[in-house]
Design a protein around this ligand. Structure first.
Ligand code: S3P
Length: 179
């Protein structure tokens, strides 16, 4: 992998799960933008939202994007659901959208073993109605910034990982051709 792979998509679509599965099977490292922010601030995302507000969190996402652009290569990066809004997304790597319907995502979160914790740590998924509204607002915007769209509803984790691996090969060929 030469350029990074940037996994974007709505909260709960499985970006972390896919990133970990990919890293395990392909011998690369994966990082997560929420984890970087939590470690920098020494606070959970939810606490950052509660104490400092959403705008402060978005500024941290932009700082994280700037650091990735200047310092990170060869890495699979899973992003928080709103990270797609940073102004240099396309410079960070090849952008892969994990796409699914709101109903599928909601069911996935509700049926998870640790469903309560998964919902509690996501301040913007607190109320189903508001989350759905956010989903509808973003659906088109995600597609606009994506280089590749994977419909995860109809694919197994293994299949998604294989498709990302194919993207990685294309990625490398593209980089070679640019040299
Ligand atoms: C957000 C998604 C969250 C986290 C924050 C805001 C969003 O990440 O960054 O709560 O705006 O969609 P996940 O997509 O990992 O839940």
């Amino acid at each position: 992998m030469t350029r990074n792979i940037i996994l974007i998509g709505f909260m709960g679509v499985g970006k972390g799960t896919i990133a970990r599965a990919y890293a395990r099977t392909h011998g690369v490292f994966n990082i997560d933008t929420d984890d970087i922010i939590e470690s920098k601030e020494n606070k959970e995302v939810k606490k950052i939202f509660d104490k400092m507000g959403e705008a402060y969190f978005r500024a941290l996402e932009q700082e994280t994007a700037n650091w990735i652009e200047s310092s990170v290569t060869n890495t699979l990066i899973s992003c928080g659901g709103g990270f797609y809004k940073v102004n240099n997304l396309k410079s960070l790597g090849r952008v892969v959208l994990l796409d699914a319907s709101f109903e599928w995502i909601h069911k996935r979160l509700k049926n998870a073993k640790n469903a309560k914790a998964k919902l509690a740590k996501r301040p913007l998924f607190n109320k189903e109605k508001e989350a759905k509204k956010l989903y509808n607002e973003r659906a088109k915007l995600y597609r606009e910034v994506a280089d590749v769209i994977l419909d995860v509803e109809s694919l197994s984790i293994k299949e998604i990982v294989e498709m990302i691996a194919k993207e990685t090969i294309k990625n490398e060929e593209r980089v070679k051709n640019e040299i």
